[in-house]
Design a protein around this ligand. Structure first.
Ligand code: SF4
Length: 357
């Protein structure tokens, strides 16, 4: 009998529906769900608590396969890049250990269609969306690879792909991550980053996870040039969506990511324009030193320019941090993830309907 149901695709509600279709009780679904995601990650027999007849049926019709790990590389600073094989394509996942937490940067697509000019993933083009199983497996397997007693404490959707262009699968994966019977991650420790797929932002806001916006430019002219998605959803539309996002969510704030490109977006005038743009929003700006990759037209801003930019923002009342660059000796830093994308389409305007949200 074919094992047609990958249980890793199901959040708890979907798992209960599946068990109900099999004529089984909902609590059995929770039992299996916990075994898959919550209990010891080393557990190999997730059906061990079940009656023999049900075990046999599930063993014949369902699966929960691991993603094949093609390779792993550990940087001098302890950052670990995992390369997973997803049906011939390769996606990248990064484990970032820190003193008080361990963050996992997950991918949501094979490649990316948005073609941001400063991003190596964007240069690769787009192949396909990842399934919920492929997204959650990155977390499941990262936990298995950590030393005993260690677990992933934070997840950021900042790997390959634009999460809001794969929203159904991403929402299911998020539900599994924050479910107390799943990975039980506090929602504020799970961050979804978007380049500004405005129509999908309201649906994302139905879950209490944190939002980051890849902004990178304070004016439409500049953002059009470095982030083609801005031509579809310009800054006034994006900012209006950001204001709606924090409205009625008293504790919500938005992190704006801003990569520092030498002579492009790092001037004092840009900093002042950014202050005006963010006026009235509960937010933080995270300045990202540009991580260079082969054939990029950009150079990283000098540290003095980053400090000056941060100081102007802080004096203008904008909370600002500078991201510590991690893992760039193994091309695992922000914007450096490439994976390996076989059948791909390049950027916006390709024949695939990539901006359907
Ligand atoms: S920065 Fe994000 S949205 Fe832009 S091309 Fe890279 S992966 Fe895609």
């Amino acid at each position: 009998m074919a094992k047609s149901h990958n249980l890793l695709n199901y959040d708890r509600v979907a798992m209960a529906d599946f068990f109900e279709q099999q004529g089984e009780k909902a609590y059995r679904a929770t039992q299996v769900f916990r075994r898959l995601h919550h209990d010891s990650p080393q557990s190999t027999d997730i059906f061990c608590d079940l009656p023999t007849a049900l075990r046999t049926k599930l063993a014949q019709t369902t699966s929960y396969p691991n993603l094949p790990l093609a390779s792993d590389h550990v940087a001098t600073d302890g950052v670990c890049k995992l390369l997973f094989d997803v049906g011939g394509d390769r996606i990248e996942t990064v484990i970032i250990p820190e003193s008080n937490r361990t963050t996992l940067c997950v991918s949501s697509q094979v490649g990316c269609a948005l073609a941001c000019r400063f991003c190596l993933t964007g240069k690769q083009g787009f192949s396909r969306n990842l399934s919920t199983a492929e997204i959650i497996s990155q977390l499941r397997q990262a936990n298995r690879l950590l030393p005993p007693g260690k677990k992933i404490t934070n997840v950021v959707f900042m790997g390959m792909g634009e999460p809001l262009l794969n929203l159904d699968a991403v929402l299911s994966a998020l539900k599994i991550m924050i479910d107390t019977h799943g990975y039980a991650l506090p929602p504020r420790r799970v961050t979804v980053s978007t380049a500004g797929v405005v129509p999908a932002m309201a649906r994302l806001a139905t879950l209490p996870v944190a939002l980051a916006v890849s902004l990178h430019a304070p004016t439409d002219t500049l953002r059009d040039e470095i982030m083609p998605i801005n031509r579809k959803y310009p800054l006034d539309t994006l900012m209006a969506a950001c204001h709606r996002h924090i409205l009625n969510r008293s504790r919500a704030f938005i992190t704006f990511e801003y990569v520092m490109l030498d002579g492009v977006n790092d001037s004092v005038a840009c900093a002042r324009a950014l202050i005006r743009l963010l006026h009235g929003l509960r937010c933080k700006v995270n300045l990202i030193p540009f991580n260079i990759f082969p054939d990029t037209p950009y150079q990283p801003s000098p540290y003095e320019a980053i400090d000056r930019f941060r100081d102007v923002l802080m004096r203008g009342g904008v909370m600002t941090t500078v991201r510590k660059t991690r893992g760039n000796d193994i091309l695992a830093a922000c914007g450096q993830l490439a994976g390996s994308v076989q059948a791909r389409t390049m950027g916006l305007g390709s024949e695939k309907p990539l901006l359907r949200a």
